[in-house]
Design a protein. Structure first.
Length: 462
């Protein structure tokens, strides 16, 4: 009898959890803002308004510059992955995300230090804590205080906008579409901080776990666009939190397609569907209209998101979940509307594995193809590396700058699709081929340090 009572109580409790409304908090985390401030002060970071304010302050002296250098030496990035998931379908875990969440969820830096004990080596955690503590007054004086009045007004406007729209239903609706998993007792936190740039209207955004983080300049007034971007990041999390079975099923639907575009369509899907949902469907709920400007700052993602919007709208309006028909219609859009993309280098380089023994060449490739969703690399060209590369269904770009004859022969023998390939190892050339896994291999044979010219000579062909 007691057992039956317990089961009934548990069932009622479970029903309560599933029907619980999602809570959205809009906060300012001074703790996290100090970390972000320090990251912007790094010598490796490009010029920015944080750096400008610091360099024009009384704190720009040897003492604080030495602390910045010490901060840059702390390794707080350790990564782990989820190998049971299909490649590219699950965000890697990382100590930085855990530390950042702890900063946001702690009332002060002392609480952060206690919560974060054991995440990274204690000596590094103590150094990180001490530097954050020392830079608290620097941040408040040079960044926050000058922005405080406008920033508080911006926070108020964002909170007001969230209350005017049924965000809870939209979030749950998207969760249902994705067949995703989320415990509504865990709030979603939008953590905003000021960017000391009164003229700029652009902003930054990222998300992890239950956190969406955004930097907003003093000149920003388009709160619809801001929330569209913030929930773009939140919807990435919902996509990421699809159960393993759902991820495998979607992966199978892509794999079973007969389209030559299927792999690059799959690699584009996360950003396209998220942009269509957040910057299209949700944005219209905020503003009453679809955005007039590009929905994303990448032409491939923006164009695909807009072309697939009627499909997304149909599924959302009719409360349907993602299924095989949705995936096949999505691939068909790419086949019909954008058949040329599979031969456009900027498209296929959005997901790439770079193999080069030269740091300069690696930097040159990254500089030329700045935008990417997935980027892996190796500075060793050997059998083990090539075996690993073959298992990654993304563009493979391999650069040979020494031992050309032997390295080319190694590459040829590693890929069945290259068994009839003929080449002249004594001359510079670029070679491309669409492999059986429907991704490109791009081989650059450099004899005269002419990698820049070879990159310009790449001609994709199916």
């Amino acid at each position: 009898m007691k057992k039956n009572i317990l089961i009934v109580i548990f069932f009622i409790f479970t029903i309560g959890l599933s029907s619980q409304e999602m809570k959205f908090d809009v906060v300012f985390s001074e703790n996290y803002a100090i970390l972000d401030f320090l990251q912007h002060l790094s010598p490796n970071y490009p010029s920015n308004s944080f750096k400008d304010n610091f360099e024009n302050s009384k704190y720009n002296n040897s003492e604080y510059n030495e602390l910045i250098n010490e901060f840059n030496k702390i390794n707080y990035f350790y990564w782990y992955n989820f190998p049971q998931y299909p490649y590219g379908n699950k965000i890697e875990g990382g100590t930085y995300f855990i530390l950042a969440r702890n900063l946001i969820e702690s009332d002060n830096l002392e609480e952060f230090k206690i919560k974060s004990f054991g995440i990274i080596p204690n000596s590094d955690l103590n150094r990180l804590y001490n530097i954050l503590y020392e830079f608290k007054k620097v941040y408040l004086e040079t960044i926050y205080k000058p922005s405080e009045i406008k920033f508080k007004r911006q926070l108020k406007e964002v909170r007001k906008l969230i209350k005017t729209v049924d965000i809870n239903s939209l979030f749950n609706h998207t969760k249902y579409f994705h067949k995703s998993v989320w415990d509504n007792s865990i709030p979603f936190v939008i953590s905003l901080f000021p960017i000391p740039s009164p003229r700029s209207k652009g902003f930054t955004a990222t998300a992890f776990y239950n956190q969406a983080i955004g930097g907003i300049p003093q000149g920003l007034t388009d709160y619809n666009k801001l929330l569209g971007v913030m929930f773009h990041e939140a919807f990435h999390i919902l996509y990421d939190e699809q159960p393993l079975g759902v991820k495998k099923e979607i992966d199978k639907w892509f794999e079973n397609s007969m389209s030559n575009n299927k792999i690059y369509a799959k690699l584009l899907f996360n950003e396209s569907i998220t942009t269509s949902l957040a910057n299209g469907y949700l944005y219209r709920k905020f503003s009453g209209n679809l955005p007039k400007e590009a929905w994303y700052n990448n032409e491939y993602i923006a164009n695909m998101a807009q072309e697939m919007f009627p499909l997304v709208e149909n599924y959302m309006d009719n409360n349907k979940q993602i299924d095989k028909e949705f995936i096949y219609e999505y691939i068909k859009i790419l086949d019909v509307k954008f058949p040329q993309w599979i031969t456009e280098i900027n498209h296929v380089m959005m997901q790439r594995y770079i193999v080069t023994q030269s740091k300069e060449t690696y930097s040159e490739i990254r500089k030329k193809y700045r935008y990417y969703n997935i980027s892996e690399s190796s500075n060793k060209l050997n059998t083990l590396t090539l075996e690993k590369v073959k298992k990654h269904p993304i563009t493979k770009i391999i650069v040979i700058e020494k031992d050309n004859k032997d390295k080319l022969e190694l590459i040829k023998s590693s890929f069945n699709e290259l068994k009839n390939w003929e080449y002249n190892s004594s001359k510079s050339f670029s070679y491309t081929k669409l492999l059986d896994d429907k991704t490109y291999i791009i081989i650059l044979n450099s004899k005269n340090n002419d990698v820049s010219e070879l990159l310009n000579s790449i001609n994709l062909k199916q």
